[in-house]
Design a protein around this ligand. Sequence first.
Ligand code: NZQ
Ligand code: ZN
Length: 376
Amino acid sequence: MTYTYHNPTVIEFGKNKIESITNYIPKDSKVLFVFGGGSIKKNGVYEQVIKALEGYDFLEFSGVEPNPTVETMNKAVKLVKEENIDFVLAVGGGSVVDGCKYLVAAALYEGDAWDFLDGSAQPKEALPLGVVLTLPATGSESNSGTVVSRKETNEKRYFFSPFIFPKFAVLDPSVMSSLDDRQLANGLVDAFVHTCEQYITCPNDSLLHDGYSETILKGLVSLAKDWDKRDTYNWQENLMLLANQALNGFIGSGVAQDWATHMIGHELTAFYGLDHGRSLAVVQPQLLRVMFEDKKEKLLQMGQKVFNINDAQETIEKIEELYHSLGVSTNLNDYGIDNKVVSNVTSALEKHGMTAIGENQNITLDKVEEILNLAA
Ligand code: NZQ
Ligand code: ZN
């Protein structure tokens, strides 16, 4: 096995950690404090951030929407340039964090920063970014990826850059008490699928990588079983720990990765607005069925190690049951789609150059069609 792994984000984990942001934001910075639709004003997070920023020169930018758009974030880019902002503080879920990752790179770029998302340019620098996470799900708080949409063209694209790793991320599980069941379930499903995308691929020889992934998967299954304890600090703390580790880059280093569920899911969200977690729940079980021959060894291993069963097909049923137990439907028809779904998704994947995806690059557009037809 060979890999390069580097994760520079400082994690401040635990209660009352929001005040620690002052250790990482230079005192003479001009800060832009960015947040979403206002949930942080109802759960005390806004006040804690304002208190920590006392003495700093800072401005606020709010209204970053779920599945952040360039239409919104370009307004923040303009503000950053006009006001000579030199530190960005993202306070929210994956959407605010991702929007700010785009922002910090776009702020130092002369052209239209959609270039990063369509792959025609790579960031060469970025402003420093700090994160206060309010929703454990994406792992974005300590990884180098961002997913941003363009409303005008119904596109949802991503890019990676070492420059957009947050400098620090505060993970205080007590901010989770205000999350509703829908977002908690979405977060659990997202973290579960992140782990699967880096695990249900080809067999590998690393006991560490597989064991690490299985620990994350078992942890998430156990939180789903203990769903009635979701109001407890211990439950929330565990989801925050697991979701962070599911996508901070380690479990995928040096092993095959799939990500086809995500690529198809992103197109569904771009056209029909499905929550990210729900788009994955729709696609993944059917993808595992259609690609069963490629994935059966790892599905069997997952069955044995995570669900205590001895049947690869049954593992897929267990995964689907897990989502249903959280109230997450795996049926496409429950999400307000129309009869153009197959052509919309396959033509968007084609436009984005994703005609052969998955760990073996054999999930072609006809397979995507089969997956979506099974999901409906
Ligand atoms: O906007 P506010 O008012 O903050 O409300 C949010 C939003 O409505 C609310 N929320 C967040 N924290 C809360 C809260 N409500 C009450 N209490 C709290 N403590 O939750 C709603 C959803 O938030 P959002 O940030 O959209 O959710 P999530 O964290 O699931 O992020 C999803 C986005 O991340 C992308 C997804 O595609 C999607 O755009 N992803 C990013 C990845 C990455 N950068 O590594 C990987 C993922 O696979 C994913 O694609
Ligand atoms: Zn995801």
